[in-house]
Design a protein around this ligand. Structure first.
Ligand SMILES: Nc1ncnc2c1ncn2[C@@H]1O[C@H](COP(=O)(O)OP(=O)(O)OP(=O)(O)O)[C@@H](O)[C@H]1O
Ligand SMILES: [Mg+2]
Length: 253
């Protein structure tokens, strides 16, 4: 289980028109809180995180596997502290980025998945066959040896997801995994995520996808402002974001 206890993230963000300072003279007033304090126990199988641009969703997602560390408070995965046990945490919690090009590093799909398998400790002798079996599961077997750049954006996202799954994480955290995809590829990736046995925490602007979660966290201005079942959470989110429609003028009696 992932548990956040009063987790706060701050960043150094000097005002553009403020005095320039050296690293050693960074002023406290230039440190801004971008998230928190957040206290959460994440136990549900499918958790969606929604909120406006710049609200802190990615910061929250990155806290969950130690990509970002809390400035104060703690984040624990099965009792492991992300600040102290980062490597063990990242073996348990996989992370999928919005842009597959941020994640796929090898020249071909089979090599990229094989790299994940190497990181997961799979012996060299079995890696190529295992990588091909993973690609087969997601329908990319016939793309295994093509240059990655020859894959479509949807296929690249599927490859990035496969490479994460090949490490067999207990939890998958996805930061807007379908934002760059067209409707068809969005449906493919959504279906794959829906079928995973793992717990999935997904940041999304796709409120239809969020409606299928067991729990929805609404983030706004660095705080979790609503937390609960999707219908109530998404209604609360819409009410925060959309101005109330003006009352219709009264018709003739
Ligand atoms: N290293 C940093 N230094 C200063 N400010 C930062 C830093 N990282 C993030 N921020 C700010 O923190 C806020 C939250 O950023 P975050 O990326 O978590 O938002 P988000 O909800 O994921 O937005 P989006 O929907 O656009 O992806 C933003 O205002 C961002 O500019
Ligand atoms: Mg983001």
């Amino acid at each position: 289980m992932i548990a956040l206890d009063a987790a706060v993230v701050t960043a150094y963000a000097p005002a553009a028109d403020g005095p320039r300072r050296g690293r050693a003279r960074r002023a406290a007033e230039d440190v801004v809180r971008i998230l928190g304090p957040v206290t959460l126990d994440l136990t549900e199988h499918r958790i969606a995180v929604v909120g406006p641009n710049g609200s802190g969703k990615s910061t929250l997602a990155r806290l969950l596997n130690g990509l970002t560390l809390p400035s104060s408070g703690t984040v624990r995965v099965d009792g492991l502290d992300t600040a102290r046990d980062g490597a063990a945490v990242r073996r348990r919690v996989g992370f999928l980025f919005t842009d597959p090009d941020a994640q796929v590093v090898m020249p071909t799909p089979v090599e990229d998945v094989a790299l994940s398998l190497r990181r997961a400790g799979v012996p060299a002798a079995g890696r190529d066959a295992a990588a091909r079996a993973w690609l087969d599961r997601v329908g990319l077997a016939d793309r295994a040896d093509l240059p990655v750049r020859a894959l479509s954006g949807g296929q690249r996202q599927l490859l990035a997801l496969t490479a994460v799954l090949a490490t067999e994480p207990d939890v998958l955290v996805c930061d807007e995994p379908t934002t760059l995809l067209d409707l068809r590829w969005r449906a493919v990736v959504d279906a794959l995520l829906a079928d995973l046995p793992q717990q999935v925490v997904q940041v999304t602007h796709d409120l239809d996808a969020a409606a299928h979660a067991d729990r929805v966290l609404v983030v706004d201005d660095g705080q979790v402002v609503h937390d609960g079942p999707p219908a109530a959470a998404l209604a609360a989110y819409r009410a925060r974001m959309l101005p109330p429609t003006p009352a219709a003028p009264a018709g003739p009696a």
